[in-house]
Each structure stands twice: as structure tokens, then as C-alpha cells.
Design a protein around this ligand. Structure first.
Ligand SMILES: Cc1cc2nc3c(=O)[nH]c(=O)nc-3n(C[C@H](O)[C@H](O)[C@H](O)COP(=O)(O)OP(=O)(O)OC[C@H]3O[C@@H](n4cnc5c(N)ncnc54)[C@H](O)[C@@H]3O)c2cc1C
Length: 391
């Protein structure tokens, strides 16, 4: 089949990889002029890790990743208040866990198919018109074309979802937080392989020292701290008087020209497919950063969608139904767990923060840490073998 995939993030190239393996003709379309670089660091493990391994990506992902040692909560004076030893993640996953910039996972997946598929940058699917036996796809710039299927792998704010299913308001649910992230060079101090977080009631600023003398800042805050205006002034108002390194961070924030800023949201849908259109990754079932697993899940969804198309001998209707049946209950459980975690993520009161610090200190006891984290990291789904290895 000829399959147009909108979005070259994580799910798009992963899906392109498996579809190409099964012999389909793939056209990848990305609205950015090139692969998106920079951005936040993500934790990578679970079924996504297993599939990335099948794609031959794990060597590169681990080389570019960071084996974080500690999450450290600090107070206004910079002194440690709580936190835990992250090596427990490695123990409970049998060392199949790393933290890596999202853009490095995207680039690794894209490199695996570069040259084997047609990739168009600086464009977007703009219209989807189904007709007997196919679909007419129009683009913002390129001439329209006929295809068998159109896939929306274009993230949380998917345009394909809007075109085929309806407005964001019907599917995108806020978890009551906003998130912002940016990267700077030459910031001091640095704490290598330590994720340093400063919490205030309802707000949290974190920094992580990356290679090439870069530091990543991540802000998460409850919506009650949202005021009007531009993202930078919203952050300045929400974090004013935070103590710790805030005056320095505020100066860096003023200088950055690449600030990621968005509501922390989930995408909840009853169907991910309609006619000849399907959604994958965040476009279909964004779990939000609170799940800490969206990247791996996007890769898993791509593998299962391509696998079901292969298993159903290209009866795409049957394949789409099986894709939804197989994954929807699992993704719903992931979303429910992330929403529960969100309610305790940035405690609203000083008492709540102190309680969290005590709980995280308990995580120093290996058996307690393994009990808590082992449960959170388990992916209770079996990955089917679609026989791709024999292709
Ligand atoms: C702050 C933050 C922290 C996170 N932490 C983690 C974590 O620890 N672990 C984890 O696994 N996940 C994490 N995630 C989630 C993870 O980033 C996403 O789940 C994952 O990137 C989803 O992949 P995707 O391919 O579906 O979407 P994306 O990676 O968002 O890719 C979508 C692509 O589509 C493109 N696009 C958008 N609109 C169009 C259009 N109209 N036409 C063409 N192209 C378009 C975009 O430019 C982008 O390249 C985090 C997310 C955030 C925001």
C-alpha cells in the first residue's frame, strides 16, 4: 500500500520503519523544516525499549543517553531535602532504562529509514478526502496525491486528528499543569548525572546537566499559577521569589529563543481510526509527561499498527480494529496511572511537600524502592511477534 504519515517525531519514523520492512511505500511529511532538535530529556524503558532494540537503535540511544544516578530535591537554600537513588530503575528493569533527549530518539528512528522512504520537510497534510478504493491527500505545499492510508503521527496537537475526527476540545484533556523547558550553555553549577529539583507549593523547577556544557531546565506548575501574557512572563510571575537559583535561571530564561511551553494534557479517544485514517503516538493517546513513557508507548503503537496491517494481509479495516483492541485498554490504564500521579506531582502545600520529601527518603531502602518503582515500570502487555525478523 501507499501510506502517507504526517509527522516525523518518534511514532512517525518508527511506523515508517516497520511498514517499509513489510514492503509498503511510505511518504513521511513533517511541518518543521528539519527534524526537531533540542528539547527535553525523557526516560526510556519498557516495551518501547524492547522494540527500539528490535529496530537496532538501542546501541545509539544508550550512547546518547545518560545513566542518571540521583533525583535530588533541594530547598530555597540549595540544601538537599529529599530524593532518591535512580539506579533502582536500572535494577528493576535489568539495566534496560536510560534517560535521553527526545530528539535523539527521533533522530535515531529517522536514520534507520532515511533514504528508504520519501520524506518531505516543511509541509503538512492539509486535506483527506476518501473515495472508492483510496484517499486523496492534499498538502500545504506539495501537489496532492492518491494513497491507500493516511496516518496522523503529528503529536498532541495533531492536524490529522482535527481533519478526520474533530476539534482538539473533544479529545484533549488538561491534567491541571503547564510545562516549560529550555536549554542553555555554560550554566553553573552543574551536578553530573543528578536531576536537581526545587519545589514550591504547586510548582517545580528542575535542572539537568547535559553533554557539551549544556543544562536543561524544566518547569512544571499547577494551572492556578497561570496568568495571562507570553510564556516567559507567565513563568517569571509563577516562579517569582522562588529562592534557590531562580535569579540566575530567570536571566537565562530572558535570553533563550527556544522555549517549549504547553499545557500538560492527555488525548482520550474511543477510536483511533476512521475509514482510511489512523492515529498513532501522542496524536492518538498522549499519556502526558506524567507517565514518563510517552516515547516508548509511541514506538510500541507504531510497531503494533504496522504488525496488524502485516498480519491482516493488508485488510486495513480488520488491522485497524485489532490495533485498537490490543492497545486501547493498556493505554487507558497508563493514562489513569499518569492522571493519579499528576495529582501528587507538585504538592499544593508546604506540608504536602514535606511529606513527599519523607516518602522519597524512604526510597533509599532498596526493597521499598523496588516495590514502588517496580510496579510503576511494569508494562502489562505482551508484544506480538509479527514475523518481521523473517522479512
Ligand atoms: C516536558 C516533557 C517531558 C516528557 N518526558 C517524557 C519521558 O520522560 N519519557 C517519555 O517516554 N516521554 C516523555 N514525554 C512525552 C514524549 O515526548 C511524547 O510522548 C513523544 O514524543 C510522542 O511521540 P510522537 O511521535 O507521537 O509525537 P512528537 O514527538 O510530538 O512528534 C510529532 C511530530 O509531528 C510534527 N507535526 C506536528 N504537527 C504537524 C503537522 N500539521 N504536519 C506535519 N507534521 C507535524 C511535529 O513537528 C513533530 O515532529 C515528555 C513530553 C514532554 C512535553
Amino acid at each position: 500500500m501507499k501510506i502517507v504519515i504526517n509527522g516525523i517525531g518518534v511514532a512517525g519514523p518508527a511506523l515508517g520503519y516497520w511498514l517499509t520492512k513489510a514492503g509498503h511505500e511510505v511518504i513521511l511529511v513533517e511541518e518543521a523544516p528539519r527534524l526537531r532538535a533540542g528539547g527535553y530529556i525523557i526516560d526510556f524503558w519498557g516495551i518501547g525499549y524492547d522494540i527500539a532494540e528490535k529496530m537496532g537503535l538501542i546501541g545509539e540511544i544508550r550512547r546518547l543517553g545518560y545513566q542518571v544516578r540521583e533525583v535530588r530535591f533541594v530547598g530555597r537554600d540549595g540544601r538537599k531535602r529529599g530524593g532518591f537513588d535512580v539506579t533502582v530503575f536500572g535494577r528493576v528493569t535489568h539495566d534496560r532504562f536510560t534517560s535521553v533527549p527526545r530528539s535523539d530518539v527521533s533522530a535515531a528512528a529517522y536514520r534507520a529509514i532515511e533514504g528508504k522512504v520519501k520524506a518531505v520537510f516543511g509541509d503538512s497534510v492539509a486535506g483527506i478526502d476518501e473515495h472508492d478504493g483510496g484517499v486523496r491527500v492534499t498538502f500545504d505545499h506539495a501537489p496532492s496525491c492518491d494513497a491507500d492510508l493516511v496516518i496522523g503521527a503529528d503529536g498532541l496537537h495533531s492536524r490529522v486528528r482535527r481533519l478526520a475526527f474533530g476539534p482538539d476540545a473533544e479529545f484533549v484533556t488538561s491534567l491541571g499543569y503547564h510545562v516549560a523547558a529550555f536549554e542553555v550553555e555554560g550554566y553553573r553549577p552543574r551536578d553530573e548525572l543528578v536531576y536537581v529539583s526545587h519545589g514550591l507549593p504547586g510548582r517545580q523547577i528542575s535542572r539537568f546537566a547535559m553533554r557539551d556544557d549544556k543544562t536543561l531546565f524544566l518547569f512544571v506548575f499547577r494551572d492556578e499559577y497561570m496568568c495571562g501574557g507570553q510564556p516567559k512572563s507567565i513563568l517569571c510571575e509563577a516562579f517569582a521569589g522562588s529562592g534557590w537559583e531562580w535569579p540566575q535561571i530567570e536571566r537565562e530564561l530572558a535570553r533563550t529563543s527556544d522555549l517549549y511551553f504547553d499545557a500538560v494534557s492527555q488525548v482520550r479517544m474511543d477510536r483511533w481510526t476512521r475509514g482510511r485514517t489512523a492515529l498513532v503516538g501522542d496524536a492518538a493517546a498522549c499519556v502526558s509527561l506524567m507517565a514518563g513513557e510517552g516515547t516508548g508507548l509511541a514506538i510500541a503503537e507504531a510497531y503494533i499498527l504496522a504488525g496488524e496491517l502485516h498480519a491482516c494481509g493488508d485488510d486495513f479495516r480488520a488491522a485497524f480494529a485489532r490495533y485498537e483492541q490490543r492497545l486501547m485498554p493498556f493505554l487507558r490504564r497508563k493514562q489513569a496511572a499518569a492522571a493519579t500521579f499528576a495529582s501528587s506531582f507538585a504538592p499544593k502545600t508546604s506540608f504536602g511537600m514535606a511529606f513527599r520529601d519523607v516518602v522519597t527518603k524512604l526510597m533509599r531502602v532498596p526493597s521499598i524502592a523496588e516495590l514502588f518503582i517496580g510496579r510503576e515500570l511494569r508494562d502489562d502487555i505482551e508484544l506480538p511477534d509479527y514475523g518481521f525478523a523473517r522479512l
